[in-house]
Design a protein around this ligand. Structure first.
Ligand code: AKB
Length: 317
């Protein structure tokens, strides 16, 4: 039986991950942790317990862990890259002080912890193409700095205290249920919404800027499969490269036009997001995730685009 706390359960990943975990572990308890102003609603609220769980308030998290006998924490609290550049101290507080709270609680109460890292943990000195699992990580954004530190601190707690910490470096995530907010890769989600609404899309990322992207069902599968993997096969822990597709805005535009031929797009590059995107890899090599815990994605650009457009039509039209 698993008793799980999802911190950030109403965010882009959390809202879908919490529901999937509730299906997969129906004989356990999956607690939807939220902060005021981001309360769970609908199915998320009705299908299981919800608790106020601010990652920066350690005693609050510890009380939830005790109350529900939690054995696994998915720590999804984070400011994404563009927002973290606007509020670097807040990003540090949530991503680092919050993580330290979680790791200390996990150490005392014997919980496993999943805290996502990102393509943002790489920087301009990192090899761009087929970015290796183990390589230079000198990011230039505050988001990236916190993600590298997350990886290191999580490995430290595993090596020093035996806390079962695991993580993946998520690409830009694409989903139709909950909008992301403040990320550099969010342009891709926004492009789908504009196309389905019949609006022209003004693209903030330049032609030719390639980044890894992933459809949400694959991202959820990765998080759950990694936490289920047999520990003795894990040579890495924090954090695994995972990849499924890489495209630039033009490639996504063409894939959408194959389904919505009259869709229009023009470029108006946002210098902050472009600088972040320029410092990230074009495409990661995920061979270690494939070998160590059997990672394989199910979606490519065409199948994701087909599904996204069908789901957004149901949702928006
Ligand atoms: C962002 O763009 O900030 C995130 C990420 C790639 O981690 N989507």
């Amino acid at each position: 039986m698993k008793n799980i706390l999802v911190i950030g359960s109403t965010g882009q990943i959390g809202s879908e991950l919490t529901m999937k975990l509730r299906k997969e572990y129906s004989n356990g308890t999956v607690v939807a942790g939220y902060i005021p102003g981001a309360e769970p609603k609908g199915d998320l609220l009705e299908s299981g317990p919800a608790e106020y769980a601010n990652v920066c308030i350690a005693h609050q998290i510890a009380e939830i862990v005790d109350k529900y006998d939690i054995d696994t924490i998915y720590n999804l609290a984070a400011l994404l890259s563009a927002t973290a550049e606007r509020y670097p101290l807040k990003a540090w507080d949530i991503q680092m002080n919050g993580l330290l709270n979680i790791l200390e609680i996990a150490r005392e109460k014997h919980c496993a912890v999943f805290t996502p890292s990102s393509i943002g943990s790489f920087g301009p000195d990192t090899p761009r193409d087929n970015t290796p699992q183990d390589t230079i990580q000198r990011p230039t954004s505050m988001y990236g700095v916190t993600k590298v530190a997350t990886e290191l601190l999580s490995d430290y707690y595993f090596e020093k205290y035996g806390v079962d910490t695991r993580s993946v470096r998520f690409p830009g995530l694409i989903s139709y249920k909950t909008l992301p907010g403040g990320g550099t890769t969010d342009y891709a989600v926004e492009m789908y919404y504009a196309a389905v609404r019949g609006e022209e899309f003004v693209c903030p990322i330049a032609y030719g800027t390639y980044m890894d992207m992933m459809y949400m069902p694959d991202a959820l599968k990765a998080a759950i499969n990694l936490m289920e993997a047999r520990p003795r096969y894990l040579h890495h822990r924090n954090s695994f490269n995972i990849a499924s597709m890489s495209f630039d805005p033009e490639g996504l535009y063409k894939a959408i036009c194959a389904e919505i031929p009259d869709f229009k797009m023009r470029y108006e590059v946002d210098p902050v997001r472009q600088a972040i995107a320029d410092s990230w890899p074009n495409k990661m090599d995920d061979v270690c995730a494939r070998k160590e815990w059997g990672w394989t994605p199910s979606y490519n650009l065409e199948s994701m685009t087909h599904d996204m457009i069908a789901r957004l039509r149901e949702k928006l039209l």
